[in-house]
Each structure stands twice: as C-alpha cells, then as structure tokens.
Design a protein around this ligand. Structure first.
Ligand code: NAP
Length: 267
C-alpha cells in the first residue's frame, strides 16, 4: 500500500523513547523527514542517530521542554529552519504527573498536567497551522489515552487532560477541514514503554513483588477489558498514526482510533 509520506516533513513531540520514538521511526521508514523532540538532549540525539541509521531518513533532534510556551515556538522555528515546513504534527509528549488519587491532588498538580498534556498540543498546533494552511495540506494526530474515554478512579487529572484532548481534536477537525488539514486522535491503552515500566517497577517495590507480577495483576484487576490479555507495543500505536497521516486515510478526520486491545467497552 502506497502511503504517500516520502515527501513529507513530520514533527513528533516527546519522541526520544517510548511511543513517540516508535512513531518517528515509522515515518522515517516511509522516507519522511522527521524531527524528534524531548528534554534530555543526549538521549534525543542518540535516538535521532539510531532512527536515521536504521532507515536512512533525515532525522533531527530538537531539545525542548513541552511545558514551556516559548520553547514550543522555538521548536517549530527550528524545524522550519531545517526542513522548510511541517506537514504532519504528532502531539505525543505527555506524562502522568503526580501519581495520586483525587483528594491528594493540588491545584498545582492539575495545572502541571493540563499544561503538559493539553496546552503543549494547543501551542504546537497553533505554531504549525499557518504552514499547513499555506500548503493546503496537513495532518495533526493527538496521542490521547483510553482514559480520556473510559477513565478509572485513579489520576483524574491525567484522565481529564486526555478527555480535553479528544474534544480539541473534534473542534480542530471542523475548523480546518476546508484548509485540507485532517485532525485525529489515537488512544492507546497499556503500552509497554519506559513510562509504564517505571510505574510498574515503583508499584512492585511498594508491594514487594516483581514488575511482571504487577503487570499481570494490573491486567486482571484494572484492565479486564483488554481482550487481547497483554500490554501493547509502541510499534502497534505507531502503525495507526502513520496510517492516519497517509494519503490512504484522506477521508478520515475527527476520529478517535483506539489502539487498546479492546479495552474501551463502548461501541
Ligand atoms: N504507555 C502507555 O500505556 C500509554 C497509554 C495511553 C496513552 N499514552 C500516552 O502516550 C504518550 C507517550 O507515552 P510513553 O508511554 O511513550 O511515555 P515515555 O516512555 O515516558 O516517553 C515520553 C517521551 O516524551 C518526552 N517528554 C516527557 N516530558 C516532556 C516534556 N516536558 N517536554 C518534552 N518532552 C517530554 C520524554 O523525553 P524526556 O523525558 O527526555 O523529555 C520521552 O521522549 C503520552 O502522551 C501518554 O500519555 C501512553
């Protein structure tokens, strides 16, 4: 299947590891020019070299803290300086913030996670839109979570930030369709990335057990509707994102594509 991504310039935020890195590698394998971003400069440059070596694509790393508005503006300027424009923006940077139930979360905890998970996407989108409008072609893909549609009792700040992202996707899809810009969400569930591995390690330490045991318990008790009965892989999310950015997905906008092994229970 020809995806038509060989002449595209792609910016993936939060992409030195985990889901973002797999997405960047997916686009690079299609011949796109790719910009990856993260705070940790060393790991970022290493990831850029690794992806470039394995795919032969032109990959640059731009160090940025996505919780800072000025750095996001600078990030887009750097990508445009190097590659000339942005065709595809993947808003992937995000985190879980303070790992706590509702009553232990302060206003600052809420503001921190909304700033990182939601406003980073707002700001990056705002910065790339003029280029997409000018070229009458753009793809924006927001990496949300199953928790944005089917929240559990824990970490309501994270869940709400992802629900807001789902809603933002729909608004943007309506606002910019006439400019040839398609906007979609991809909602993963329980993907085995460094973020999740660290959480499992922490829980295992607290419970005096192994990370594997915690993962098995988590699947059974907290994610009983992951019908495939295993965590997902970053590459499984990446395939969905690359498809949505491609010419093969030219009539899809405002959608929320779940990559969750069946976890979200609604039809
Ligand atoms: N893993 C899952 O099960 C899962 C499920 C649903 C949704 N998601 C979503 O998928 C996205 C990626 O998650 P992941 O599991 O791949 O995370 P991860 O393994 O922690 O990787 C996160 C990436 O983002 C970068 N990053 C983090 N904070 C940043 C900041 N303030 N500014 C710039 N870059 C930043 C990290 O590099 P630095 O630390 O060096 O900055 C890293 O490259 C997130 O939006 C997450 O909510 C994940």
């Amino acid at each position: 299947m020809e995806l038509g991504l060989g002449d595209k310039i792609v910016l993936v935020t939060g992409s030195s590891k985990g889901i973002g890195k797999a997405i960047a590698a997916g686009f690079a394998a299609e011949g796109s020019k790719v910009a990856i971003t993260a705070r940790g400069a060393e790991e970022l440059q290493q990831a850029a070299r690794e992806i470039s070596k394995s795919t032969g694509a032109d990959v640059i790393g731009v160090a940025v803290d996505m919780s800072k508005a000025a750095e996001i503006t600078h990030m887009v300027e750097e990508v445009v300086k190097r590659f000339g424009t942005v065709h595809v923006l993947v808003n992937n940077a995000g985190g879980v913030g303070t790992f706590a139930p509702f009553q232990d979360l302060s206003d600052d905890d809420w503001l921190e996670i909304l700033n990182l998970n939601l406003l980073s996407a707002v700001r990056a989108t705002r910065a790339v839109l003029p280029f997409m409008q000018r070229q009458k072609w753009g793809r924006i893909i927001n990496i949300s979570s199953e928790s944005g549609t089917q929240p559990d009792a824990f970490m309501p700040h994270y869940n709400a930030s992802k629900a807001a992202m789902n809603n933002l996707t729909k608004s943007l899809s309506k606002a910019y369709a006439a400019d040839g810009i398609l906007v979609n969400t991809v909602s993963p569930a329980f993907i085995m990335t460094p973020l999740v591995a660290n959480m499992l390690q922490k829980m295992a330490k607290e419970q005096g057990t192994s990370a594997e045991e915690v993962a098995a318990q988590f699947l059974e008790k907290n994610r009983p509707h992951i019908e495939l009965k295993r965590p997902g892989e970053s590459e499984e999310v990446a395939s969905a994102v690359v498809y949505l950015a491609s010419e093969q997905a030219s009539f899809i906008t405002g959608a929320n594509l779940r990559v969750d092994g069946g976890s979200v229970a609604s039809v």
